[in-house]
Design a protein around this ligand. Structure first.
Ligand code: ATP
Length: 331
C-alpha cells in the first residue's frame, strides 16, 4: 500500500477528486490517501490557505495528487499552487499534451510536451506600488533554475525517446533575463548531441502552434510563458478538462491538472474529471502500479471513444457522476 497525500482543493476540486478516488478504488489501486485540505475555506479556519501540515504530509509521503485551489485575483492569500511548488522545490512542471481518440479537435496529430520552469520568473511575486498610478513586478531568472529545467527537458527527451527540444523565450526584448535562460538551454543542449535543439520566440510559437502543432515535440519555457502556452496547448487537444500535469522536484512529485478551480461550474456536478484522472494515472505509473494505470486508462479511453456519455465541455450532457460511473463500468 502506497501512502499518497490527497489535496481535494476547492471550486470543482472536491467533485473531481471524489470521482477520481472512486475510479481508483474500483480499479483496485493500492493507495492509502492522506487527505489534506487547503484553500480559501481552510484559510478562514486555520488562518492560512496552505497550513504547514499539508507541506509536512507531502514531504513525508513524497508524492501527492492535487486538485485545483483558487488563486484570488488582486487580493487575499498568496497562491497555494505557487507556494507549494516553491516550498517543495518542485522545479519542473511537466504537461504532456496529446490528442485523445474520440475527442474531436481541429488537429489530430498533436503530441508535444511542455516543460515549464516552476520556481521563479514573474511568479517570484516581487511587486510594488510605486505611486497611485504605477506598479512594478520583478522578473527573476537564475542560472541555477534555468540550467536544471533545461537539463530536465533534455533528460525527459532522452528517456521518452523524443527527438527535439525547443527553448521558448522573448530574448529579443528581455535580453538579460530571457537571454540568460536561452544561454543556459544552449549550453545544456551541447551535452545531448542525440537530441535536436531549436529556439523560438514565444509570440511566433503561439502562431505556429495554432497552425502546425505537429511541428513541436518537447518545449522548455520560463514560468509565465509556460503557463500561457499550456492553456493554448490544452485547447489544441480538446480543452482544459482533459489536460494533465505534474510538478516534479528532486525526490517529490505532485500530480495535478492544468486547469484551475473553475468557480463558474462549482457544485453543479458537471465538471470533467478527466484531467485529474489522467494526472492520477501518471501518478500510478510513477509508483509502478502500471497494471492498474493501464486498466483505468483503457476504461477512460473507451468511454471517450464511445462518445455516448461525455461531460458538457466535450459536447455531451452527462454529469460528472454519470461519466465516472461509465468509466467504472468499463473497468
Ligand atoms: P487558474 O488561474 O486558477 O489556473 P483559470 O483562470 O485558468 O484558473 P480555470 O479554472 O482553469 O481558469 O478554467 C477556465 C474555464 O474552463 C472554467 O471557468 C471552466 O468553465 C472551464 N473548465 C476548467 N476546468 C474544467 C473541467 N475540469 N471541466 C469542465 N470545464 C472546465
Amino acid at each position: 500500500m502506497q501512502i499518497v497525500t490527497l489535496i481535494p482543493g476547492d471550486g470543482i476540486g472536491p467533485e473531481i477528486t471524489d470521482s477520481v478516488v472512486k475510479i481508483l478504488k474500483a480499479a483496485d489501486a493500492q493507495i492509502e490517501w492522506d487527505i489534506q485540505t487547503a484553500g480559501a475555506d481552510v484559510a478562514e479556519v486555520e488562518g492560512t490557505a496552505l497550513p504547514q501540515r499539508v507541506i509536512d504530509s507531502i514531504k513525508k509521503n513524497k508524492i501527492a495528487l492535487k486538485a485545483p485551489v483558487t488563486t484570488p485575483i488582486g487580493k487575499g492569500f498568496r497562491s497555494v499552487n505557487v507556494a507549494l511548488r516553491k516550498e517543495l522545490d518542485l522545479y519542473a512542471n511537466l504537461r504532456p499534451c496529446k490528442n485523445i481518440e474520440g475527442i474531436k479537435t481541429r488537429f489530430d496529430n498533436v503530441d508535444l510536451v511542455i516543460v515549464r520552469e516552476n520556481t521563479e520568473d514573474l511568479y517570484a511575486g516581487i511587486e510594488r506600488q510605486i505611486d497611485d498610478d504605477t506598479a512594478e513586478s520583478i522578473k527573476i531568472i537564475t542560472r541555477k533554475a534555468s540550467e536544471r529545467i533545461a537539463k530536465f527537458a533534455f533528460d525527459y527527451a532522452v528517456k521518452n525517446k523524443r527527438k527535439t527540444v525547443t527553448a521558448v523565450t522573448k530574448a529579443n526584448i528581455c535580453k538579460l533575463t530571457d537571454g540568460l535562460f536561452l544561454n543556459c538551454a544552449r549550453e545544456v543542449a551541447q551535452n545531448y548531441p542525440e537530441i535536436k535543439y531549436n529556439e523560438v520566440l514565444v509570440d511566433n510559437l503561439c502562431m505556429q502552434l495554432v497552425q502546425n502543432p505537429e511541428k513541436y515535440d518537447v518545449l522548455v519555457l520560463p514560468n509565465l510563458y509556460g503557463d500561457i502556452v499550456s492553456d493554448l496547448c490544452a485547447g489544441l487537444i480538446g480543452g482544459l478538462g482533459i489536460a494533465k500535469g505534474a510538478n516534479i522536484g528532486i525526490d517529490t512529485a505532485v500530480f495535478e491538472p492544468v486547469h484551475g478551480s473553475a468557480p463558474d461550474i462549482k457544485g453543479q456536478n458537471k465538471a470533467n474529471p478527466t484531467a485529474l484522472l489522467l494526472s492520477a494515472i501518471d501518478l500510478l505509473k510513477y509508483i509502478n502500479q502500471n497494471q492498474v494505470a493501464k486498466k483505468i486508462e483503457n476504461a477512460l479511453y473507451k468511454t471517450l471513444k464511445d462518445g455516448k456519455i461525455l461531460t458538457y465541455d466535450l459536447g455531451g450532457n452527462a454529469l460528472c457522476s454519470e461519466f465516472t460511473n461509465e468509466i467504472i463500468n468499463n473497468i
